[in-house]
Design a protein around this ligand. Structure first.
Ligand SMILES: [Zn+2]
Length: 264
């Protein structure tokens, strides 16, 4: 069977137009005509983790070595919400899909990248406004159907310094940017998106305590990607995302490999 036919079959679950676009993009990848950016941080014990409750650092232990056992093998433990990961819709809302139940067609889509770097430089508590979204649309066109909206805040440059990444004040309150409640409502009610993502610890800004963005997005059956790497390398539009979350039965989320595909 020709490659292109196999791709069409693999994409049967996507809508027709999406299938054709996605098939073309995958064909480009296989023919070496695409540029691939990995938006995933490597997992290790130094990754920042949510600083409350039973959340713990990532742990890895060698349980067999080539020298001693003639085979190399390890085991690991991690909270679901550590490193580059996905919040499944059941993370904040009942009766929503768990991470293993998110269908493939929701895990691929056009990336929309909103850049609020300058505003965050002036205010680490800044949240994406509806006006920011409308400005993006003025420059790039209406957010496409089925988009995965990513918020580039510049916070990724702090990734290797946990204290700076969490940016806690004397009252143990974190300060980093996020989506506003209004922007989340706009994306859910006025546009047709598959999910949202951000290059910080949370879709809500660090100082929030009511997680309104999580409730709005998860309540609509959508997911949130957090701790996304390399967002500075993506254009405002034109990339296609492929998400590959770990399949934990009934899980509230989990580590997620994220690739961005761009035509060369
Ligand atoms: Zn999470």
């Amino acid at each position: 069977m020709k490659t292109i036919h196999r791709i069409f079959i693999a994409c049967f679950a996507l809508s027709c137009v999406e299938s054709i676009i996605f098939a073309g993009i995958l064909e480009n990848v296989m023919e070496g005509n695409a540029y691939i950016i990995d938006l995933t941080y490597p997992l290790n014990g130094k990754n920042a983790h949510w600083p409350v409750g039973a959340y713990e650092p990532f742990k890895y232990e060698v349980i067999a070595s080539l020298k001693k056992d003639k085979v190399f093998s390890g085991k690991y433990s991690t909270p679901e919400h550590l490193g580059t990961h996905i919040d499944a819709p059941n993370h904040f809302e009942p009766n929503q899909p768990s991470v293993d139940q998110i269908p493939f067609e929701q895990l691929v889509g056009p990336a929309v990248v909103m850049n609020i770097l300058e505003k965050v430089n002036n205010d680490p508590d800044y949240t994406l406004s509806v006006a920011d979204i409308l400005t993006w649309e003025k420059n790039n066109g209406v957010i496409p159907h089925g988009a995965i909206v990513l918020l580039y805040t510049g916070w990724g440059k702090r990734w290797n310094n946990n204290e700076k990444y969490k940016n806690m004040d004397n009252c143990s309150r974190m300060h980093f940017p996020g989506y506003s409640k209004e922007s989340a409502l706009f994306l859910i009610n006025e546009r047709t998106i598959k999910g949202i993502g951000i290059d910080t610890l949370s879709g809500d800004r660090g100082m929030c305590s009511d997680f309104q963005v999580h409730h709005i997005i998860n309540g609509a059956g959508k997911y949130i990607l957090e701790n996304i790497a390399n967002l500075d390398k993506l254009p405002p539009k034109g990339a296609t995302l492929i998400l590959a979350p770990i399949k934990i039965e009934g899980g509230s989320g989990g580590q997620c490999r994220i690739w961005a595909l761009l035509p060369e």
